[in-house]
Write a protein that binds this ligand. Sequence first.
Ligand SMILES: [Zn+2]
Length: 440
Amino acid sequence: MRLRTIAVCFVACLWVAPLYAQTSAIPQLNSRGGAAYTLYLNFGGFNYSGTWFGDTPGATASYDTNGNTAIFTASEKTDIQKIWSRTADKYAAFNVNVTTVDPSIAAGQSASDIQRQTYYDNTSKLMHMVIGGDGAWAGGGGVVGISGVGVAETTITGGLHTNWSFSNNYVSGGTAFHQGIAETIAHENGHALKLQHQSRYSGTTNVEEYDSGTAARAPIMGNSDNAERGLWRKGTSTLGFNVIQNDVGVLLSNAGIAGSGAAGFVDSGVGHTRATATTLALTGNTINSASSKGIITPNNTDPNPLGEANYTTDFFKFTFGAGGGNVNVTLRSGLSTITAGVADEGATLDATLRLLNASGTVLATANSATFAETIAMSNLAAGTYYLQISSAGADAQYFDMGSYFLTGTIAPVPEPAAVLLIAAAGLGLYSRVRRYRTAA
Ligand SMILES: [Zn+2]
């Protein structure tokens, strides 16, 4: 990154590019408006005043991938949305608003960076995450402030609530950078919500402080930069080979919603039983995916990753008339905020989809290892049917939780033509047609 910065200077040596892009060009995104805890992702650059845990961060330029920090290209705006979406899904079960909207503006405290900084520092349950630069002053992919074990800066009024994700390190490092940046943001905010690292031990020896898991899954509080899924985990923490940290339990304690959904997790409003099933939203025969969505969460105050029964279950219902119908439904894990009906990158939920009839008998189950489960059935009889969405809950360590949405078709079949003809004959229409044709 330093090389690239020098190159820009030679090319445009008489023009000093502004450090900050127009913040009005940043996509304005909120994952849970009004939530108690705010994670503000600041892609627009920031000039930090004073010292931060003994360092002097100074100015960080806007998020940038094309060597021009003064503007956001279309590609950079898409990056911003992808990074936001990945982070949002990891916190979807909690009372957290992952946002790109600067809360200091609504508070009337955005006249200058120092005024913004003072506002952030004096607002509890708020993290201001600066995303940009190479963080040469600190090193690594990102930094967060924690006063001590179990004490998070962002829960303290008068703490140091600005933190950093050094996005340029991911660009220059050749990592799939949307993922690396988002996993870093989720990780650092996990620290802000009092999580320690998830570590790997050999016997009593910590052999990998940032446990990198497997290619399929890795702990967010370890190193999930390259795994297919970065997940919350119940596993050995850096505090000791025999100290198990339940990430989701800790997050629930610090960002739960008392009296809300199951055990204090969010409730996305979809019915959790057949009796309370949500009517599937259709546009013609097509499922309206924008409103046919939900969040699967654990359902226990001592969250347990293993087993479908330890998570919430959602139900949607639909009804076929006398002609019956055909079903072709796909359950997709993740959010869909960039292209309607297409999952954004970085889904966290591994789900199971079932089709049930009116009496609750399971007609079909889809529970592949992928993040899209499809059930297609033809010639279903008249009646009410249910789509059941559950967590696979297949792993004793990693939590299968997060957002999903439905796509596909629910197609009623018109009554067969023969039936219409018989009905027509009954009315005398059939014979009249025959007489007309004979006469012609
Ligand atoms: Zn860390």
